[in-house]
Design a protein around this ligand. Structure first.
Ligand code: GTP
Ligand code: MG
Length: 214
């Protein structure tokens, strides 16, 4: 079986990509898949990559073959400045070959690799190289995680329109965090009239995974 890849993006930073990825790791593992994780670039790294460390912990718990891997394997590009990779890398360059070989080192132990982006789709990585380019680079199906604060309708529609324009397979889900009531009153009335189905990370993890597996 060829390794399936899923790219986890969000409407912005801090929306819940890592949180969603951890939930997905558990759900895919529950279904018997050998699951792995990859975070190509993490910025704001002081001692160790926080996302990479958490993702590796979750993945190692369900896929013992990953025990031989380190955070550096999971996050090959780490920068201390908490900024877009283009800025954080300064004069360094993001070697696409290293991205590929790092990915392969993980993928050989996995049926599914979840790839967490940094920030959102339009985050610049390098000259003419943006976060959304990683979707095709890794031939991934995309999961867009959307926030539920005021402004989320605009952010969600814009991101979905952009994904459609890229002609890449994608699903999306809302992460309303601890604020279901606010989401239901401020946002759901529009979503219910506009979309056939609306999945939330809190209630629809199984349905989201079903869709991602198609
Ligand atoms: P970056 O990778 O830094 O761009 O952020 P991210 O999109 O991965 O967001 P992350 O998953 O780190 O979530 C941001 C913060 O919100 C973290 O402190 C999470 O623990 C918290 N969080 C995310 N989703 C939920 C949720 O559903 N419930 C609660 N209680 N906390 C959440
Ligand atoms: Mg994250």
């Amino acid at each position: 079986m060829q390794t399936k890849t899923i790219f986890i993006t969000a409407t912005n930073t801090d929306v819940g990509k890592t949180y969603a990825t951890c939930k997905l790791i558990q759900e895919f593992a529950k279904r018997g898949f050998r699951v792995g994780v990859f975070k190509p670039i993490e910025t704001g790294v002081i001692d160790k990559p926080l996302d990479g460390t958490l993702l590796l912990e979750y993945a190692q718990r369900v896929n013992p073959a990953l025990k031989m891997l380190t955070c550096k394997d999971i996050v090959p590009f780490q920068f201390s400045l908490a900024a877009a990779p283009f800025v954080a890398k300064a004069q360094d360059s993001i070697d696409k070959k290293l991205l590929k070989t790092s990915f392969e080192k993980i993928a050989k132990h996995c049926d599914i690799v979840l790839i967490e982006g940094a920030g959102g789709l339009m985050v610049p990585i390098d000259e003419d190289f943006y976060m959304y380019h990683l979707i095709k680079e890794f031939d991934a199906k995309t999961l867009l995680v959307t926030h539920a604060n005021l402004g989320c309708i605009h952010d969600t529609l814009l991101n979905l329109q952009f994904l459609q324009s890229l002609h890449v397979a994608h699903e999306w889900c809302v992460n309303f965090k601890d604020n279901e009531e606010k989401f239901m009153s401020e946002t759901m009335p529009f979503y219910a009239s506009h979309f056939d189905t609306v999945f939330t990370l809190q209630y629809d993890l199984e349905k989201i995974v079903n869709k991602l597996l198609i």
